[in-house]
Every structure is written in C-alpha cells, then in structure tokens.
Design a binder for this molecule. Structure first.
Ligand code: MRU
Length: 382
C-alpha cells in the first residue's frame, strides 16, 4: 500500500493534503467545518471523485464531534445535518460520489431518528468514517479485478508477457483514500509483475497528470513516461509490437445507467483514439461512482471552470542552475488575458467506446445490446 495520503483523519481531526502545492510541497490543511471543506473542494486543493466525497463527509463528522450542532430535538438534528450536507453537495457538480455519499448518510441518520440527538450524531460519524475506511478496500479490489481482466484481454503483450498502458488525470492515492482506481489497476499490474510500462498524460488544463499522477508513479518506482495530452495519437501509432499500448485506463466522475462515463476533459478523445488503434479502453470506478438514476451521458451536468485555468499557470521557480526552488512558487500568464476561453472540466465518453467498467464487485462488459447492464453487481440499487 502506498504511503501517500491525501486525507489524514482521526476522530475530531481532518487534515487534507493541499494538492495545489504538489509535487513540490507537502502541506496539510486542517479542515474542521463544512465551509472549510467546501472551499477545499471548490478550489481543488482536494480532487478526485472519491476523495471529494470523503472530505465532505468527514468534515461534517468533525464539526459534529466538536459540538457544532446546537439543536436539542432529534427532528432538528436531522434537519441540521441535512442542511450541512445540502450545502456541501453544491461544492462541485459532476462527480456523483458526493451525491451518493450524502444520500447514504441521510438514510443512516433517519434510521436513528427515534433514538435522539446523540445517537443520530454518533451514527453519522460512524457512517462517514466507514465511507473513508471502505474506499481503500474497494480500490484494492478494483486493482485486482482490473489487472486480471486486462491480462486476460490485452490485445498485445511484451515478450515477457507484460502490458503497457496509458492513463489520464489522477486516480491514485491522492484522488482516493488509498491505492486508487485506474492508477490502482496500474499499481496492481506493477506489483503483480505484469506491467511493462505506464504512460500518463499531462491532463491540461489543471495538470492532474503531471502534478499528481507522475508524482505518484515516480514515488512508487513504477516505470513511467509523461506525455502531453496531444501526444496520445502519436504514442498509439508509433509504438510497435511488444512496446505497443494495450489499454487506456481511466477513472470516472460519474458512470450512468447505460455506461456513458463522465471523466476528466480529454478522456473522450483518448477513447476515440483507442478504438481507432484497437486498444482496450477501461473505466475503473467504484460502485459509488455509478449513477443509476441517470439514463444516458447527455443528462450529466458538466462543470465549467474559470478562464484563468487556461490562461495562467502556477509552478515552483526554476533557478538559472536548472534546479527547482520549492520555496518559491510563481503564477505566470501563458496566454493573452483577454482571449475568450471555454473550460469544461469533464467530458462524456459514450458506452460504445468503453470495453470494460471495473468495479470492486467485478468487471462489467457490454451485453449484446451494446450498453452496460449493472444489474448483477448492483441489484440493491437497480
Ligand atoms: O477535477 P478533478 O481533478 O476532481 O477530476 C478528477 C477526475 O476526473 C478523476 O479522473 C476522477 O474523479 C476519478 S478519481 C478516482
């Protein structure tokens, strides 16, 4: 298990690694209220669908533990918790994990509503902690299932019977409570001796790939190469035979009922390229990222973010000797500041371009109808 931790928690205390300062600086922010969690999520100091949900759930657990709830009746306590969760729900719209976590937490407090305020609060805190604990367990299973599926279905392997893969955005320990989803599969391939080489995209405009995934790959000692998003086509076309890419493995912010998947902007383009080159396209997603209420991807709300994410960039200063000075970070303009900008944070990959959705409950492939059917792995929510 990786030593990297985006979220550190003990009852009454939540610390979140400020991912805007990575890869140069490791700084944990104390997050003790729903307002601080909202700001941490909105400003992208924490990102990744599972991590966002965990931080929101635990931040409210911390404020409850610290006595934020001034109600006396059970009914008012339920309303108070509901209102804090409804507020946190508005922090980012596309990832469904947050909404799913909130729905399950609201159900838990209702189950204890006849037992009074203290029981409701205790049940909430235990349920939020369980979401955090369970996430790593889930990711280890995703890693195992995904690695096994790919080794059985890879269109091409190296002479040593290993696979090379490309991943996009960040889906590792930093986007989850540990191990990761798509990056968890890569980690499992590596520890199982099945990984030839991993490529990761830079993931413009927010550079989750170069700032976070590249960092995790180096940290883990996984053989890896960074490319810009625009190099994927050339990578697929020029790598021959045993060094060819066998699969693109990505995470998900929301997989809807038919399998259409919202993920970091650029995912759709990679899926089109993968299909053209006969490369497997795998979505790694815990069932908490699956939204059975939404029929198709066209109904997913895509978050649009501010223009400065394209026109400006922050980084550590590089001295004239070529060395990175981690004590000095600078924000610089990289485009005309008056240019019009379109900045959707996510796109939707249609189910037809996805070969497999890997969950903790197993791998789902498309049926004869060409769409995914999650009934077998999620009968209780179907
Ligand atoms: O905008 P972000 O950084 O929160 O987007 C993250 C992604 O798109 C991830 O790929 C996705 O949430 C899966 S995280 C396991």
């Amino acid at each position: 298990m990786s030593g990297l931790q985006a979220i550190r928690y003990s009852r009454g205390k939540l610390e979140v690694l400020d991912q805007l300062r990575l890869p140069h600086e490791h700084h944990y922010d104390l997050v003790s209220t729903a307002e601080e969690a909202f700001d941490c999520i909105k400003s992208m100091r924490v990102r990744g669908a599972p991590a966002i949900a965990i931080v929101a759930a635990l931040a409210h657990a911390v404020e409850l533990h610290n006595g934020s709830c001034g109600t006396s009746s059970a009914e008012d306590t339920v309303s108070y918790i509901d209102s804090r969760l409804d507020y946190l729900f508005l922090s980012r719209p596309t990832a469904v994990d947050l909404g799913n976590a909130i729905t399950s937490l609201k159900a838990v407090i209702r189950e204890h509503s006849s037992q009074g305020k203290d029981a409701i609060i205790a049940a909430y805190i235990a349920a939020a902690e369980e979401i955090f604990r369970k996430d790593t367990e889930t990711n280890l299973l995703i890693g195992e299932h995904g690695a096994k599926w790919l080794m059985a279905n890879a269109p091409i392997k190296s002479a040593e019977d290993k696979v090379s893969v490309l991943t996009h955005c960040n889906t590792g320990s930093l986007a989850t409570s540990g191990h990761g989803t798509a990056l968890g599969i890569i980690r499992s391939l590596f520890t199982g001796g099945d990984l030839h080489h991993a490529f990761c995209t830079e993931t413009r405009p927010y550079n989750q790939g170069s700032r976070l995934t590249a960092f995790e790959l180096v940290y883990e000692g996984i053989p890896a190469t960074l490319i810009t998003d625009s190099m994927a086509g050339a990578l697929f076309a020029t790598r021959k035979q045993e060094s060819s890419i066998a699969a693109v493995i990505v995470g998900a912010d929301r997989v809807v009922r038919n399998g259409d998947t919202a993920n970091k902007i650029g995912t759709y383009a990679l899926a089109v390229l993968a299909r053209h080159h006969g490369i497997k396209f795998i979505v790694a997603a815990p069932t908490t990222s699956i939204d059975l209420q939404t029929e198709t991807g066209s109904a997913i709300k895509i978050e649009e973010r501010k223009p400065e994410e394209l026109t400006q960039i922050t980084g550590a200063v590089v001295g004239t000797d070529g060395k990175v000075d981690i004590t000095r970070s600078e924000r610089v303009a990289i485009a005309h500041q008056d240019v019009g900008v379109w900045n959707p944070a996510f796109d939707v990959t249609p189910a037809e371009l996805i070969d497999a959705v890997v969950t903790e409950k197993g791998v789902v492939e498309k049926g004869a109808s060409g769409v995914f059917d999650f009934r077998d792995i999620m009968p209780e929510r179907w």
